[in-house]
Design a protein around this ligand. Structure first.
Ligand code: FAD
Length: 441
């Protein structure tokens, strides 16, 4: 039986990056992948989504300039946009494999399953290791309703050869919002169905309401406080029924969250504890079994399950597996809903803000008349600053076409605890989004 110092299970942003780190420490390393090499983010997550979004951004940019030098917005040709997406995604698995081979990290294709805490089986091959890292990520959850097999997922959407005329999303999290914007801009009639009237609950609800209104004005239809009960096939359409809804669509996408990939791993045999939120780890990302660690989306944690968080944990766990780590401390994490209008936040969570309203106060600035936003006709651009009892900024939410860029600058300013005077010492290029920063702080 082949024996390694460390075996990594899962080749997404977490596992892949950790495998390189472990190898750099001089370890004899293997990595196992059951599906596409590179994992969710570059194959069926962030990157393909943003390749498609790129067409939307171009179209919407002109749409905002109609009457200001342009007469009509261009039409998206879905098939061409998909070809553009594939120009990036098609080569991801092979590039990932080539990189691992060049680094002399052994690769195994197949579903890894523990035999005990020191052995796994991949297909018919048994492998042993002193240490394991589980980085198996998540997959879309399936809503337990009648006709659940008819539901499709974000993965199906990102592979669509032809765009359906009418698409319904069940669930109103960030993935539904983003894919809805893409589908609508490309010409579909889009519906979002949600069981309450608090979509994107991790974001400031005032600015979420603004975003919803903006999407409605683009033709996206929201159905709030609707419990979907069943989906049935009417050939060729689907019918969605619930307490107060009956809707037909050409495609129904279940977007009600993601669940950890733990089932096939046989974790009981390895003595690794988990629950429906994922694998339990301590402050060193060590599981209930001494020699087995876990990182990335598969871990049960309060931090958002995002690629840079998976990458941060991978960097940390490489040190932890050498027995040299302090307890993990996460830096401030930005979260973004991409679209033509982007919603971005950093700082104290909405849950904390809601739990202690007496501790915080806020100020909202309308930005659309500011030069930076006026220039791009960014109607509805806003920033909301939340202050604590000492008048220090505790959280920031931005809604604008530039929110993703601006939130990253603000992330550095808040992390470094920079004052207004310190920000003013910098000369930022003008005119640019950064040249407004001192007005926010
Ligand atoms: P994954 O990338 O999921 O990789 C885990 C790998 O393990 C998979 O390849 C899987 O096949 C493999 N695996 C599972 N079980 C086994 C097994 N038993 N044996 C062997 N291999 C196994 N994040 C952002 O930061 N920004 C975004 O804009 C963003 N957009 C997203 C859009 C969509 C539609 C989705 C679905 C996700 C998005 N994310 C985004 C989240 C991001 O993709 C994940 O946070 C990231 O991929 C997590 O990395 P990971 O390595 O933990 O898991």
């Amino acid at each position: 039986m082949k024996k390694y110092d460390a075996i990594v299970i899962g080749s997404g942003p977490a596992g892949n990056s950790a495998a390189y780190g472990l190898k750099e420490q001089g370890k004899n390393v293997a990595i196992i992948e059951s599906d596409l090499w590179g994992g969710t983010c570059p194959n069926r997550g962030c990157d393909p989504k943003k390749m498609l979004m790129s067409g939307v951004e171009a179209q919407k940019r002109i749409e905002t300039m109609i009457g200001k030098g342009f007469e009509q917005a261009p039409k998206i040709v879905w098939e061409d946009l998909m070809t553009f997406k594939r120009s990036y995604t098609d080569s991801v698995p092979q590039n990932t494999k080539d990189g691992l081979d060049a680094a002399e990290i052994d690769r195994y294709q197949g579903q890894a399953s523990f035999i005990d805490a020191n052995q796994i089986v991949v297909d018919d091959q048994n492998l042993a290791a002193d240490q394991f890292l589980i980085a198996t990520g998540q997959r879309p959850s399936v809503l337990p309703i009648d006709g659940q097999d008819l539901l499709q997922s974000s993965t199906d959407f990102l592979e669509l050869e032809h765009l359906p005329k009418k698409i319904a999303f069940i669930g109103a999290g960030y993935i539904a919002f983003e894919l809805a914007v893409i589908a609508s801009a490309a010409g579909s009639e889009v519906h979002i169905i949600h069981h309450n009237d608090h979509p994107l609950k991790e974001f400031d609800q005032d600015l979420v309401t603004d975003l919803v209104e903006h999407m409605k004005s683009d033709g996206i239809q929201f159905h709030f406080n609707v419990n979907t009960k069943a989906v049935e096939l009417l050939h060729p359409q689907y019918r969605i029924t619930g307490e107060n809804i009956e809707l037909t669509a050409d495609m129904v996408i279940g977007a009600t969250g993601r669940v950890p990939n733990v089932e096939g791993l046989n974790l009981e045999k390895a003595g690794v504890n988990y629950d429906k939120r994922g694998i339990s780890v301590d402050d060193h990302l060590r599981t209930s079994q001494q020699n087995i660690f876990a990182c990335g989306d598969v871990v049960a944690k309060s931090q958002p399950k995002l690629t840079p968080v998976a990458g941060f944990e991978a960097g940390y766990v490489v040190i932890a597996m050498n027995g040299e780590s302090e307890e993990i401390e996460y830096p401030m994490i930005p979260t973004i809903v991409f679209g033509d209008q982007r919603l971005a936040r950093i700082g104290v969570s909405e849950r904390e803000l809601a739990a202690h309203p007496e501790k915080y106060h806020s100020q909202t600035m309308e930005l659309s008349r500011w030069y930076t936003y006026h220039r791009i006709n960014d109607q509805g651009a806003k920033i909301k600053l939340i202050y604590d009892e000492e008048d220090k900024i505790a959280a920031i939410t931005c809604l604008s076409q530039l929110a993703d860029e601006v939130i990253n600058y603000l992330l550095i300013i808040l992390t470094k605890k920079m004052t207004h005077e310190e920000v003013e010492k910098y000369i930022f290029a003008y005119p640019s989004p950064a040249s407004d920063l001192s007005y926010f702080i």
